[in-house]
Design a protein around this ligand. Structure first.
Ligand code: SF4
Length: 254
């Protein structure tokens, strides 16, 4: 397993749309990757293609998930962003498909990330409704969190055939335990998914800073953070905090 400079094991994961995963799973595993998370918003092929403007099929993604499992990039997490009126009809079919597969399906509330998705609160299907819909067909019970900073709430199938997760980024914001930072490909450190600006680490590194200088700069940036956009969503404070254009998800990842 790859290690940090201090010798601690590195939990290296990758989020992907899965389109090339069947071909790449083995080489990713050999290169040291531990797990993958695959985005899949529908099991219905026509709806999937329409939502993602994708030129690949659901079957390609499912083959990729199977290949990842086979080489040990497991458990594979499958992320479905649920948009009311668009793909909420897929909640139970997705649960049915992945139940008993060993993969962990996670339902994410549709969020106002960036400024390009035209987000509207009426399009959010609360996690409580997702749980109720699945529980009607496949009874569920709550499971303990793996850690305090876990973003998903875990639910297990009562018949013991696996678990699902819900990420309630809108209805139950978890900013207080948020441990995430994101590094853009041009070296800017973003502390929040809803940030409008990042901290330029590339300039610092190119100015000749030592590893210790960079570590200290990151520590200072982190200690000074006060991000809690999801807790303030809809308030004047949230509007002020993102007066400038918010960063797009495609730029910084999830
Ligand atoms: S809104 Fe920002 S601070 Fe809150 S959980 Fe999301 S990324 Fe973390």
């Amino acid at each position: 397993m790859l290690q940090t400079p201090e010798g601690r094991p590195l939990d290296l994961t990758l989020t992907t749309n899965g389109s090339l995963l069947e071909r790449k799973a083995r080489s990713l595993k050999d290169a040291g990757l531990n797990r993958v998370t695959v985005s899949l918003d529908a099991i219905d092929d026509a709806l999937f293609r329409k939502m993602n403007d994708a030129d690949f099929a659901v079957a390609d993604v499912l083959d990729g998930i199977e290949a990842a499992q086979a080489v040990g990039l497991a458990p594979v997490k499958v992320n479905m962003v649920v948009k009311r009126g668009t793909n909420d009809s897929q909640v139970v079919p997705m649960a049915r498909h992945f139940k008993g597969s060993g993969n962990v399906l996670r339902f994410i509330e549709y969020m106002d990330v960036g400024t390009s998705n035209g987000w509207n609160m009426t399009e959010v299907l609360p996690s409580a409704d997702v749980i109720a819909r699945i529980d009607d067909v496949f009874p569920l019970h709550p499971l303990d969190a793996h850690s305090a900073a876990e973003t998903a709430q875990r639910w297990g199938y009562v018949d013991g055939s696996g678990e699902i997760g819900v990420i309630s980024s809108v209805t139950r914001a978890f900013c207080g335990t948020c441990t995430r930072a994101r590094l853009s490909t041009e070296g800017k450190l973003y502390l929040c998914l809803f940030a409008s600006g990042g901290h330029d680490l590339r300039a610092l590194i190119r100015s000749g800073a030592s590893e210790a200088d960079v570590a200290s700069a990151v520590a200072h940036i982190w200690q000074a953070r006060a991000d809690r956009y999801s807790q303030l969503r809809g308030s004047d404070a949230a509007a002020r905090s993102t007066e400038a254009r918010r960063v797009e998800m495609s730029y910084i990842g999830g």
